[in-house]
Write a protein that binds this ligand. Structure first.
Ligand code: ZN
Length: 497
């Protein structure tokens, strides 16, 4: 008996030893220490940062606002903005063919000399979300004044997305001025209504489809170099290789109504509240998917995660559930793991002593790649389990989750090389974008969409998007133009792979 126990003990020790060895061997090596200040001397170009900052500040002053109410749209603002762009970037507009699409979107084609190379498409949008301009709004500088102060350009759109628009135009204008002639056709598609659905992007993508153009890759906003994030403090270049889907539904409960002195057992409001509670009690599956696994593997290479976390992140085949549990505890981690359920509005009743005849709840979903619009609807109906509740999709119709672009092959490698040249030593990780961008409309012409702008943002910058005190650092902006320059130059001269 004792012998058997000793034997079992020895076997267990050996098995444990083998397991530890496997875990350590499978652990990814640390990446070399990174510094985002370093720049590749081969790619240095002269940028006049003062002029650049002034140009972005000017761009902010055009109130190219996307309002939810269509009658507030100011077409004049877009036309004068475009007139100013042409005046400010004459070299660019000389080399491209410009087409106006859907009234205010701009499709610019810089024809390459080699028609056998599939074009590359760069996206940016001209419109911005509204901002409170009153003195009590909390903005340090008025949102549309285009103020330059403390090393920043302040104002609505300075990041989202005039930061990208101006960055791309500065870089392309410099290239055009020095006589660059791309082999690959470069297309610059500037939408005008990204913040309210992106009809312009949809129309531009239709034109590409009609012309039989299937881009080698599409580059859009939705990713950047992040620092000081909750998961990792050091710089990480996050390339959005997929985007969650989007759906808003209404749940409607109807009742007879009448005087509140004689209510029925269950009212319309009671019925709708039960439906929402049932839905929240039935969350969607939260699980690591292949993109997240690659993202975590990439972060495992950071020096700052430490030895134990590196072993855990490198061995998700064993520690996946542990990591999932940790991610579920944060809102952004949970959102990455699965489809989210967010009740956002509730409409019912007109008088405090009258029973409403109808109660309507709006619920917004961000759909993970494991679900679809129809599987979400099925889940809702099953969870609520009440045929008296009417389920309907509100306009615009739901958006399916995007396909996943190539990782570690094709255009991803081109982008990775460009990021590595522009931000030497920075960790590069694929990511799933939780919000919707214009790029989703291009899924009908290419599978390879990458959401990345070469700017550095920390977690506080990200709260300024669509929020108060949006701003971008001038040095950050100037360095981003260097990297855009490098991206465009390489895209234009890269042989087919
Ligand atoms: Zn945007």
């Amino acid at each position: 008996m004792v012998r058997v126990l000793i034997k079992t003990g020895i076997s267990l020790v050996i098995a444990l030893g083998v397991l530890i060895a496997v875990l350590i061997i499978r652990s990814l090596p640390y990446a070399s220490s990174s510094s985002i200040q370093a720049k590749n001397p081969d790619n240095q170009i002269n940028i006049n940062s003062d002029r650049l900052a002034q140009n972005l500040a000017m761009a902010v002053q055009f109130k190219t606002i996307s309002h939810q109410q269509a009658d507030k749209f100011d077409g004049e603002a877009f036309l004068s903005f475009q007139k100013w762009l042409r005046k400010t970037y004459p070299n660019f507009y000389k080399v491209v063919t410009t087409e106006t699409v859907a009234g205010y979107s701009q499709l610019n084609t810089w024809a390459g000399s080699n028609p056998s190379l599939a074009p590359m498409v760069f996206l940016a949008h001209q419109d911005v979300v509204p901002a409170d301009e009153s003195a009590k709004s909390g903005w340090q500088h008025p949102p549309f004044a285009g103020v330059i102060a403390d090393g920043f350009v302040w104002g609505r759109g300075s990041i989202d997305n005039k930061g990208s628009l101006i960055g791309l135009l500065e870089a392309a204008d410099l290239l055009a001025a020095k006589g660059f002639a791309p082999q690959r056709t470069l297309i610059f598609a500037f939408g005008h209504d990204e913040e309210i659905g992106g009809g312009g992007a949809d129309a531009m993508s239709d034109i590409l489809k009609l012309r039989g153009i299937s881009p080698w890759a599409v580059i859009d906003e939705g990713g950047a170099i992040t620092t000081n994030m909750p998961d990792i403090a050091g710089p990480v270049a996050r390339i959005g290789v997929a985007e969650k889907g989007y759906l808003t539904i209404t749940l409607t409960a109807r009742a007879v109504g009448g005087h509140s002195s004689t209510p029925p057992k269950i009212t319309a409001l009671g019925e709708i509240s039960r439906a929402i509670a049932a839905l929240e009690a039935n969350p969607f599956e939260q699980k690591l998917d292949p993109v997240l696994i690659k993202m975590l593997h990439a972060t495992a290479r950071s020096e700052e995660v430490g030895f134990v976390n590196r072993v855990i992140l490198s061995n998700l085949w064993l520690f996946g559930p542990l990591v999932e549990n940790k991610m579920k505890k944060s809102k952004s981690g949970a959102a990455l793991l699965g489809t989210t359920i967010a009740p956002t509005m509730l409409n019912a009743g007109i008088k405090e002593n009258a029973l409403p005849r109808e109660a309507v709840a709006f619920v917004n979903f961000r759909i993970s790649a494991r679900n679809s619009v129809s599987s979400v609807i099925d889940h809702v109906i099953k969870s609520i389990d009440n045929p008296a509740i009417e389920v309907a999709i509100i306009r615009p119709p739901g958006i399916e989750p995007s396909p996943v672009s190539q990782i570690d092959s094709g255009p991803y490698l081109w982008l990775k090389d460009a990021i590595d040249a522009g931000f030497p030593g920075t960790l590069i990780a694929p990511n799933v974008v939780l919000m919707a961008t214009d790029s989703r409309h291009y899924a009908k012409v290419t599978d390879d969409i990458y959401r990345f702008a070469p700017y550095i943002f920390d977690s506080s910058d990200l709260t300024r998007l669509h929020g108060l005190n949006e701003r971008i650092g001038i040095e950050n902006l100037a360095h981003g133009v260097q990297v855009y320059h490098l991206m465009l130059e390489r895209a234009g001269s890269l042989p087919e792979t």
